[in-house]
Design a protein around this ligand. Structure first.
Ligand code: DTR
Length: 351
C-alpha cells in the first residue's frame, strides 16, 4: 500500500514538473516572439582605429545601438580589415560591407559635385566645412550618390604641410616629394613641390621608407599616426579640407525596418556636426602633444607666398568648373550654393 502511494506521489510530481517545464518553454517562446531580432550591420573603414574617421565611426555605432535600444548592432572594421581605401566604393555597392567610409578625393571623377568642397576656398574649420558638405548634399541630391544611401558626411580640417625638412617659404618647397590626394596634387605641383598621390593609409610606410619627405593633410595626423616623430616641421598653408561620405548598400538600407531607418536618418546631420567639432578640438590637442613630445616647429608663410597660393587656387577652381560643366553639371550654381552655405556656417561657428 505504502509503495503504491509513493509511486503515485512520484508520478504526480513528475507530471507537475513536466507541466512546469512546458509552461517555461511556452513563456520563453512568447518572449522570443515579442523581442524583435537583432539586426547586425557591418561598417568598414580604411585608416587605423585612432584616426578621426574611425573615432566618428565608433561614436555613430554607439549612438545607433543606444537609440534603437540594442535592436541594431554595428560591427566596426577599422584599418582596412574589411575594405581598403580604394575598394571601399565598390565593396559597399556590392555588399561586401553594409556601410563604408569613403574619402571622396580618392575617386577622381566619380563625385564631381561633392568634390567642390575639396576646392581651395578657404574653409577655416571642419565644423563649418562638414555642415556645408551635408547641406550641399541634401540640396543637390547628386546623381553620383543615387546607388547608395548616404548615412552621414564630414570633412577634415584645412590641410597644411608636415615635413622632415623645414619649409619656410615656397622656394624651400622646390622639388620636395610630398604625399597628398585630390585637389592638392595639382596645387602642390604648381607650388613647386613633387606631389605623390596615395591614400592616407599608405602614408606611414611611404614616410618610413623615404618615398616622400612629408605629407599635406590636416594636422591631427601628427598625433594619430605619430607623424610628428618623423615630420618635425609644419608649415601653415590653409589648403583644402577633404570631404568624406559614410554610405550604405542600397538593398541593405531598403531591408531595414522603418523605425531603424528613422534613427539613422535623424543622426545624419548631427553626426556631421559632431565629427566637425571633434576634428577641430583634436587638431589643437595634436599640436600641443607634438610640441611637447617632439618639439615640432610651426612656420607661417609670408604674404607674397600666401598671395601666390591664392592665385594658384583660382586656377584650380576654374579647372574644376570646366570639368564639372563637361560632366553635365551646373558648376556655377553648385559653387554659389557651396559658398553661400560656407558663409552661413562661418558666422555661426567662427574660429
Ligand atoms: N587629408 C585627407 C583626409 C584626412 C585627414 N586626416 C585623415 C586621417 C585618416 C584618413 C584620411 C584623413 C587625406 O589626406 O586623405
Amino acid at each position: 500500500m505504502l509503495r503504491k502511494w509513493i509511486v503515485a506521489c512520484m508520478a504526480a510530481m513528475l507530471l507537475l514538473a513536466l507541466a512546469g517545464c512546458a509552461g517555461e518553454e511556452e513563456k520563453q517562446a512568447e518572449t522570443k516572439a515579442e523581442e524583435p531580432e537583432v539586426i547586425t550591420i557591418s561598417y568598414a573603414n580604411f585608416p587605423p582605429a585612432s584616426t578621426f574617421p574611425c573615432v566618428q565611426m565608433e561614436r555613430w555605432a554607439d549612438e545607433i545601438e543606444e537609440r534603437t535600444g540594442g535592436r541594431v548592432k554595428v560591427e566596426t572594421y577599422p584599418g582596412g580589415t574589411l575594405l581598403s581605401a580604394k575598394n571601399m566604393y565598390r565593396g559597399v555597392l556590392e555588399g561586401q560591407a553594409d556601410i563604408g567610409c569613403l574619402s571622396l578625393a580618392y575617386y577622381p571623377g566619380v563625385f564631381p559635385a561633392l568634390l567642390s568642397v575639396n576646392l581651395p576656398v578657404g574653409f577655416t574649420n571642419a565644423t563649418v566645412a562638414s555642415l556645408t558638405l551635408w547641406d550641399l548634399y541634401e540640396k543637390l541630391q547628386p546623381k553620383e550618390m543615387e546607388n547608395l544611401k548616404v548615412v552621414t558626411m564630414f570633412t577634415s580640417a584645412p590641410s597644411n604641410i608636415m615635413s622632415k625638412v623645414a619649409i619656410k617659404s615656397l622656394d624651400d618647397l622646390n622639388g620636395v616629394e610630398l604625399r597628398a590626394s585630390g585637389a592638392l596634387l595639382k596645387m602642390l605641383e604648381q607650388m613647386g613641390a613633387k606631389p605623390v598621390g596615395m591614400p592616407m593609409s599608405q602614408t606611414p610606410e611611404a614616410l618610413q621608407k623615404g618615398v616622400v619627405k612629408g605629407l599635406v593633410s590636416s594636422l591631427e595626423v601628427l598625433k594619430d599616426f605619430n607623424f610628428a616623430e618623423l615630420c618635425r616641421y609644419e608649415t601653415i598653408t590653409n589648403l583644402p579640407v577633404y570631404p568624406f561620405a559614410v554610405v550604405m548598400n542600397k538593398d541593405r538600407w531598403n531591408s531595414l525596418p522603418d523605425e531603424v531607418k528613422k534613427v539613422i536618418n535623424d543622426l545624419g546631420r548631427e553626426q556631421a556636426e559632431w565629427t566637425g567639432r571633434y576634428m577641430d578640438g583634436h587638431i589643437q590637442e595634436s599640436l600641443a602633444w607634438s610640441r611637447e613630445k617632439y618639439q615640432i616647429e610651426v612656420y607661417e608663410l609670408d604674404q607674397a607666398d600666401k598671395d601666390r597660393i591664392a592665385e594658384i587656387g583660382e586656377g584650380i577652381i576654374a579647372d574644376w568648373k570646366a570639368k564639372a560643366d563637361e560632366a553635365g553639371l551646373d558648376a556655377d550654381a553648385i559653387y554659389r550654393d557651396m559658398m553661400a552655405l560656407k558663409g552661413k556656417y562661418e558666422s555661426q561657428y567662427p574660429n
